[in-house]
Design a protein. Structure first.
Lengths: 242, 242
DNA sequence: GCTTTTTGTTTTGCATGCAAAATGCTAGGC
DNA sequence: GCCTAGCATTTTGCATGCAAAACAAAAAGC
C-alpha cells in the first residue's frame, strides 16, 4: 500500500496536519524510523515533550503510539517512568534467532508449495535486481531488495499470522542491520545463499528451502551480533543528543 | 511499594481507583478477560463510553489499552470507526496452527535440553494434579493446569521472545478454548498425550518432545475449530446487546 | 568534605473538552 | 411504496489541563 517511502528517510520539514484518524498510526511508523535510524538511541529515554513539538501533535496520540511500540517490543514502558528505547543485547539476538529460524523455515516450506508462477517471477526479478546492487556495491539498495524478497516469500506463504510475527521480530533487529557493514566475503556469501533460495523456490523444494533460509538467517544473525558488539565497543555516546 | 498482584486473575468486584501508573495495564488485563469470557462478543463494537463508566476510568487509558490489545490482535481498530472485537474465524485458526506448531516444537526442544531437575519436578507435579482433575471431570481446573504446564515448558525453554510470541497466539484462541466442550474421548487422548510429553521431557528427548507437542497442538486446534463451528452454527445472535 | 534531607522542577498519567466523522432517523422526491 | 437527501445524535480522535510521582539540585547536618 504505502509506496511513498521517499520522504520516510528524510525528516519532513513541516509536519503538516495529517489526516484525522491516522495520526497515531503515522506516529508509530515515524517513531519506528527514528529508532531504526538510531536518532533515538537504545536505552535512552523517549523525550515525549520534544517529540510532540517536533511532530506538532499533542501527547495523547504520541503516547498511544508508544503503547503500540511497547507491545511490539521496540520500547519499554516503566510505570511512572516513561518510555525507553529497548536496547537490543546480544543475548536478545541469540534468543530471537532460533525463533526467527523456525518461522522462516515454516515460511519457506509454505511458500515453496503455494507460490504462483507470477509470484515466482516477481521474486526472480527482485533477486536479479538485488544481485545487480551487490555488484555495484550499493549496500542500502541491496538491503531494500533483500528485505522485499523475504517479504515476498512471506507473502507467498499465505499466512498473515506468520508474516506478522516474523515482521515483528525483523523490525526489532532492523536497527542493528541498518548500521551493519557486511564484509565483502560475508556479503558475497549472502548473495550465494540467495541464489540457493531462488533455486529451491523454483524447484518448489520446501524442505530444502526451509533449511537454506534457516542457514541464511544464521549468517544474518551473526552480522547483526557483530554490528551490536561493534556498537557497544564504540560506546553508547551517541545517546547524548542535546 | 504495592506488591498486591495476587488478585490479577479473579475479577475484582468493585473497580476501586487503581494505583496510578498501572491503570492501562490493568485495563488490558480486564478487557482481555471480558473478551475471553465472551462478554464482549467477537465482531461486536467495543462500547467505549460504557466500559469507561463500568471501570470508572476516563477514555484515555481505556483507549491506550485498546491500542495494546489491537497490537496483540485481540481487537481490530478501524479508523474513525472505533474498535471491534476481533472475530476468530476457522481460517484464522488454520493459519495459527502451523505457526504455533513450529513455536511449540522449538520450545519443546529447548526445554528438553535446558530444564532443571527442579523444573521437571514442578511439571510432574502439575501433570499429576491435572490428571486428577481429568479423573474428576473438572474441565475448568483441568484447563488451568494444562495451561500452567505449557507455560512451565515455555519457561524452561529459557527464551522470553519465544514465550511472548506463543502466549500472544495462545491468548487469541483462548476464548474459543474457554467455550470448548471436549468429548470424553478427545479429552482422554489429550491426557495420554500429556503423559507422553512428560515422558519425553523426563527422557530429555527434545526431538520427540517437539514432535509430540506439535501433534498435541494439532488436536487442540481441532477442538478449537469445532468449538468455533459450533458457535457459528448457533449463530452470532449473542452479539445483539442492546 | 561528605552524606543526607528538603525543596523546586520536570515529567508522567489521567481526566476533560471540543471538533470532525460516522450513525441513525426523518422527510422529501420519484 | 421505495429510495435518497438532509438533519440530529452519537461516537471517535485529538488537544489541553491538572495532580502525583520521579528527577535534580541546593542546603543542612555530621
Amino acid at each position: 500500500m504505502d509506496t511513498e517511502s521517499a520522504e520516510k528517510r528524510g525528516l519532513t520539514p513541516f509536519p503538516e496536519p495529517v489526516a484525522r484518524g491516522a495520526l497515531h498510526d503515522r506516529l508509530v511508523a515515524r517513531l519506528r524510523d527514528l529508532i531504526i535510524e538510531g536518532e533515538l538511541s537504545p536505552g535512552a529515554r523517549v523525550p515525549e515533550r520534544e517529540l510532540c513539538q517536533r511532530f506538532q501533535v499533542s501527547r495523547t496520540p504520541l503516547r498511544e503510539a508508544l503503547k503500540v511500540l511497547a507491545a511490539d517490543g521496540l520500547v519499554q514502558l516503566a510505570p511512572n517512568r516513561g518510555a525507553r528505547v529497548a536496547a537490543l543485547t546480544v543475548a536478545d539476538v541469540e534468543e530471537m534467532f532460533p525463533v526467527m529460524g523456525a518461522l522462516e523455515a515454516l515460511a519457506g516450506e509454505l511458500a515453496a508449495s503455494r507460490i504462483t508462477e507470477e509470484g515466482l517471477a516477481e521474486v526472480r526479478a527482485l533477486h536479479y535486481q538485488m544481485v545487480l546492487h551487490h555488484k555495484r556495491g550499493e549496500l542500502a539498495a541491496y538491503f531494500r531488495l533483500n528485505q522485499q524478497i523475504h517479504e515476498k516469500i512471506l507473502e507467498a506463504a499465505g499466512n498473515a499470522t506468520l508474516a506478522a510475527l516474523y515482521q515483528g521480530l525483523a523490525g526489532r533487529i532492523r536497527r542493528a542491520r541498518y548500521l551493519a557493514n557486511m564484509s565483502a566475503r560475508r556479503w558475497a556469501r549472502a548473495v550465494e545463499e540467495h541464489e540457493a533460495i531462488l533455486a529451491a523456490l523454483e524447484a518448489r523444494d520446501g524442505t530444502r528451502l526451509g533449511a537454506i533460509l534457516e542457514d541464511h538467517l544464521k549468517n544474518k544473525c551473526e552480522t547483526v551480533k557483530e554490528a551490536l558488539l561493534a556498537e557497544q565497543r564504540k560506546g553508547g555516546q551517541a545517546a547524548s543528543n542535546s
